[in-house]
Design a protein around this ligand. Structure first.
Ligand code: C2E
Ligand code: CA
Ligand code: CA
Ligand code: CA
Length: 278
């Protein structure tokens, strides 16, 4: 028993150690990932179930680390936020997403692309210039760009965020509220925040069998209609999800059922055989 305990201790210790070592390695290498061209963007489709057609794409960043392979943003966004690297990183992602969107448009696929923003971008002071710069460089119509913000951001300095969002929307860029319904609730502020859409967090989609969760979604959808906001359900993985969400009035869905986040050549393949039900 004593030996086993020692073994367990060792395994536990090693796991903790390697996780810590991995984080340190990511921290050490992240600031050079841009100059070494290690980032790439994958695109996940959003699907309108009412019209049975594509609604747009979300751009999601990936880091191809030379030793560790492809690293999820879940692991490095927080590091990038801490170090401030998130600002140049997002500048790159925006530029890349705008360039890709423009190239799709030129090929006849006119679909908006959304990009995730971190609070640090609002604190850097010149967000609308950064966005304008990306649009200009790509020659992209602002209506084809959408920015995803999160609820917690508006708790920082609502007046400042509202002012910056107004400037961005005045350019014609759309804004959506990501992960809606989780963490901090901004529901009482929704009539003040200038947005075009709500993205229902995938936690709701995962819990649709619970009648109370369905009641909440129903209320959100009704509220969104009154506020003239689009609702996009996230994390849609199966037909049961689609059935429940459709009953609740959701028309736009995003999730593995419709398509995983894909590299652009995979998007090309995906477009040849769009989701079931078509
Ligand atoms: P998010 O914005 O909520 O993005 C949705 C996440 O859910 C993505 O994970 C996507 O791959 C995943 N997902 C999509 N469909 C399904 C599904 O049906 N089931 C499940 N279980 N998951 C699904 P990903 O790409 O790993 O991104 C994680 C988070 O990292 C994002 O959450 C976003 O907050 C952040 N992120 C990603 N790219 C960027 C970026 O360029 N900039 C910033 N600031 N954050 C980013
Ligand atoms: Ca998002
Ligand atoms: Ca989300
Ligand atoms: Ca999220």
């Amino acid at each position: 028993a004593k030996g086993m305990g020692k073994n367990q201790y060792c395994v536990y210790d090693e796991t903790m150690g390697s996780r810590e070592v991995r984080r340190m390695e990511l921290e050490k290498d992240l600031h050079r990932a841009l100059e070494h061209n290690q980032f790439f963007v994958v695109y996940q489709p959003k699907w309108n179930v009412k019209t049975n057609s594509l609604f747009g794409f979300e751009a999601l960043i990936r880091w191809d680390h030379p030793r560790l392979g492809v690293v999820s943003p879940v692991e490095f966004i927080s590091i990038a936020e801490e170090t401030g690297f998130i600002v140049p990183m997002t500048r790159w992602t925006l530029a890349e997403a705008c360039r890709q969107c423009k190239s799709w448009q030129e090929a006849g696929l006119v679909q908006p692309v959304s990009v995730n923003l971190s609070i640090r971008l609002f604190q850097s002071g010149s967000l609308h210039e950064l966005v304008q710069g990306a649009l200009d460089k790509a020659g992209l119509d602002p209506h084809l760009l959408e920015l995803e913000i999160t609820e917690s951001m508006v708790l920082h300095d609502i007046n400042d965020i509202v002012r910056q969002l107004q400037a961005i929307r005045a350019m014609g860029v759309r804004v959506s509220m990501d992960d809606f319904g989780t963490g901090y609730s901004s529901i009482g502020l929704l009539d003040r925040i200038p947005i075009d859409a709500l993205k229902l967090d995938k936690l709701f989609t995962n819990d649709l069998v619970t009648p109370s969760k369905r009641a909440i979604i129903n209320a959100i959808v009704l509220m969104a209609e009154t506020l003239n906001l689009e609702v996009i359900a996230e994390g849609v993985e199966n037909e049961e999800h689609i059935r429940f969400l459709t009953q609740l009035g959701c028309t736009v869905m995003q999730g593995y059922y419709y398509g995983r986040p894909m590299k652009t050549d995979e998007v090309g393949e995906w477009l040849k055989k769009p989701p079931a039900g078509g």
